[in-house]
Design a protein around this ligand. Sequence first.
Ligand code: DHK
Length: 155
Amino acid sequence: MSEASVTGATGNLPILLLNGPNLNMLGARQPEVYGADTLADVVLLVERVAAELDFGVRALQTNHEGEMIDAIHAARGEVSGIVINPGGWTHTSVALADALVIPEVPIIEVHISNVHARETFRHHSYISPIAAAVIAGCGTAGYEFAVRRLASLLA
Ligand code: DHK
């Protein structure tokens, strides 16, 4: 399953919002870890904050790594920056990290939970070395912080 949407028509290229595996289950999945907000809530939050900063949003959630990589390739030249919660691929995927540098735009990595306070296997990220910033443990507000940071980097 995947969910893709595009909003906004401004002078800026849109922000690409990517959510990886299992994040479609936000709100139902371990709410004590990931909170009560749904993925739809997250997308609305990002769209609202991005619009305030004069950016549209292209949003994709997928549980299929190849689909996410294809979407990143297709975004080259079409987005101004990337906000990504790679989910479990954070800790496993060289291929996702390789793809993310292809659009040559700033990347903000978001984790809803504080991955450093969790299992050891969540402490390593293949994405962090190529990210302009990493936000963890702020709940879904981390997505808002990511959009604001991205907009200031792009200003
Ligand atoms: C989300 C996931 O799905 C996990 O695999 C990561 C991250 C943490 C989060 O906190 O948003 O380890």
